[in-house]
Design a protein around this ligand. Structure first.
Ligand SMILES: Cc1cc2nc3c(=O)[nH]c(=O)nc-3n(C[C@H](O)[C@H](O)[C@H](O)COP(=O)(O)O)c2cc1C
Length: 230
């Protein structure tokens, strides 16, 4: 099943899967990645596809935040899940691509990797960025930096993608969504890593200001590039 969600600058008003960006709010054609060549066009507005792989929801929230920043800056982001991309998706319609995925058992989601791999020609043509979300990033020591760099490198090697930017983000411990056994295992891992062990609530380590700064940097990168779909 393909889920769609509407992106608004009123953060997270609706949560389901493809969100429609700035063009919709201005009353023009929504960015679904299809439509006529002039649909929603504005010389300074870029269409940006923000794709995410998310198992427990933190990376989806990060992708939302990136979309919010881009929309607030006057661009037209579309936020989609790599698990259920819209069938009509056409990357020729976009000026920039961002993929965010989270690490589970040492790897980013397979569907995120296969989404990129099957479209890697276009990914390597456009301004693009990869965001890697993990708990290792929350620990912040030298060994962790090495590990998170390896997670990123593996994803890029597996996909053949050469993004302009990569960004590592700390995720969350979502104990309330884990179930008993996984909650126990994650608590042991968290204790070893010096992270929170109170399983009665979730714990978020994401540096939201850092996510917003990354989105602003990407927007600057795009604004320096000639747009491809205008
Ligand atoms: C079953 C499981 C395995 C995980 N494995 C790793 C791992 O190998 N390395 C790591 O740094 N983080 C690991 N994490 C932490 C996740 O990357 C982190 O919780 C992240 O916020 C999940 O993002 P999501 O909610 O978008 O799926 C794991 C989490 C779970 C639940």
């Amino acid at each position: 099943m393909c889920e769609y969600r509407v992106h608004t600058t009123h953060a997270h008003a609706e949560r389901t899967a493809v969100r429609i960006g700035a063009a919709t709010q201005a009353g023009t054609a929504p960015n679904t990645g299809e439509g006529g060549p002039d649909a929603g066009d504005d010389a300074s507005m870029s269409r940006i596809l923000v794709c995410y792989g998310s198992t427990e929801g933190q990376t989806a929230a990060i992708a939302d935040r990136i979309g919010d920043v881009l929309a607030e800056a006057g661009h037209d982001p579309l936020v989609i899940s790599t698990k259920h991309p819209p069938p009509e998706l056409d990357l020729r319609r976009y000026d920039g691509l961002i993929v965010a995925a989270s690490v589970h058992m040492g790897h980013h989601q397979r569907h995120a990797a296969s989404f990129v791999r099957s479209r890697v020609g276009r990914f390597n043509e456009l301004p693009s960025a990869f965001v890697s979300v993990s708990l290792t990033a929350a620990t912040g020591d030298e060994a962790a930096t090495h590990t998170t760099a390896e997670y990123v490198e593996t994803f890029l090697e597996e996909t053949g993608w050469n993004p302009d930017r990569t960004h590592v983000v700390a995720g969350a411990l979502r104990y309330r969504s884990y179930g008993r056994l996984l909650g126990f295992v994650m608590r042991v891992i968290a204790a070893r890593a010096g992270l929170d062990t109170d399983t009665s609530r979730d714990h978020e380590y994401t540096d939201w200001a850092g996510v917003e700064a990354f989105a602003q940097e990407f927007r600057t990168l795009l604004e320096q590039e000639p747009t491809s779909s205008h």
